[in-house]
Design a protein around this ligand. Structure first.
Ligand code: OSB
Ligand code: MG
Length: 367
């Protein structure tokens, strides 16, 4: 597979509703979209890095530098047999798993299309739909209860509530009282410390499926200590950027559930390694989300067809985020399950007219 052309743009989509988590409020989604071209076929990848380093330390400016100066030029004009072959191009760089994922995932799409196979099949997944839950941002408790009810009505199989100090136990008490049988989780986005143990232990009373990333974004060790102190299983998100991070977390019982975001961990190959390692430890995984546009969302759906994705993911309906998406195919949940797009690769096509309205002119790279 010889890639002779790449196009990189920045896409800006307003969010239907602002999304608030412990670290701040997002009102729009700004992301790089990479198109790779070879032999008349195109592969698509979407980056999940934020403009500022408030989720992880990676941010858009540094990622774009790496993509433009090194990753894209290194990819062009050479023949690549399969995604594994990209390793010498991607492995030398410290961090920047999101920049790497943008290119790696676009290559998987292109490669699957060159084989005329759906991405799920080349990844080793099966099935026509995946189970999904929903991630609800921070807001007034009354409104949150209404939103829980509305999403349960649509069949969502798990409700994840964003929490932060001062917006946690009271919210959980209200939610658990109103919805006694619902599968509930919380996501703290790293806003607590070990000194908050008493508060985190109080969450044990609400029968949560797991607590996602309660402590610092870079501290697996303290999560292991916290897991010794609380009964609710810990799920890690921010702490896990490579399979080696996941190994350390599993070996030390710092995570009993693993959130895999391919965009966070360098793409599908690393996601699959993490998936397989977690399975060996008998630890379930699920697919997280980063408010993706249709390209990132389609990638996440295909990855979620692997067998150890046994918990509902955050890959919810595109219409929850955007009034109009950059892909032509609607990615909408039906009875709590997200259908896997059909066709070769990720199975979605770009809405070029709309894309032109919401993105910068493409920066073109040639072999
Ligand atoms: O921690 O999982 C997270 C969104 C942006 C940044 C971090 C996170 C999230 C979400 C939303 O929880 C997931 C989604 O609906 O895409
Ligand atoms: Mg999270």
């Amino acid at each position: 597979l010889r890639i002779d052309r790449a196009e990189l743009r920045l896409v800006r989509l307003p969010l239907v509703t602002p999304f608030t988590i412990a670290t701040g409020t997002m009102r729009e989604k700004l992301f790089p979209l990479l198109v790779l071209k070879a032999d008349g076929i195109e592969g698509y990848g979407e980056g999940v890095m934020d403009p500022l380093p408030d989720y992880l330390e990676e941010s858009l400016p540094g990622s774009l530098d790496l993509l433009k100066q090194v990753l894209i030029p290194g990819l062009l004009g050479r023949a690549w047999d399969n995604p594994e072959a990209l390793s010498p191009l991607l492995a030398p760089w410290r961090g920047h798993r999101m920049a790497i994922a943008t290119l790696e995932m676009a290559f998987w799409d292109l490669w699957a299309k060159s084989l005329n196979l759906p991405l799920k099949s080349v990844l080793g997944g099966t099935g026509d739909a995946v189970s999904v839950g929903v991630s609800l941002g921070i807001g007034p408790i009354d409104g949150t209860l209404d939103r829980i009810a509305a999403h349960l009505d649509q069949g969502y199989q798990r409700i994840k509530l964003k929490v932060k100090p001062g917006h946690d136990l009271e919210l959980l008490r209200a939610a658990r009282t109103a919805f006694p049988g619902t599968k509930l989780t919380v996501d703290a986005n790293s806003c607590y410390r070990l000194s908050d143990t008493a508060l985190l232990r109080a969450m044990d009373a609400f029968d949560l499926d797991y607590i996602e990333q309660p402590l610092a974004w870079n501290d697996i060790h303290d999560h292991a200590e916290l897991q010794r102190r609380i009964a609710t299983p810990i799920c890690l998100d921010e702490c896990l950027k490579t399979v080696s991070d996941v190994r350390k977390a599993l070996q030390t019982d710092a995570a009993r559930v693993v959130n895999i975001k391919p965009g966070r961990v360098g793409g599908h190959l690393e996601s699959r390694r993490i998936h397989d390692l977690a399975a060996a430890f008998d630890v379930p995984v699920w697919c997280g989300g980063m408010l993706e546009g249709g390209i990132g969302r389609a990638h996440n759906i295909h990855l979620s067809t692997l067998p150890n994705f046994t918990k509902p993911g955050d890959v919810s309906s595109a219409s929850r985020y955007f009034t109009r998406d950059i892909v032509n195919e609607p990615l909408e949940v039906v009875a709590g399950r997200m259908p896997v797009p059909n066709g070769p690769g990720i199975g979605v096509t770009l809405d070029e007219d709309f894309l032109d309205q919401v993105s910068t002119a493409p920066e073109v790279f040639r072999a």
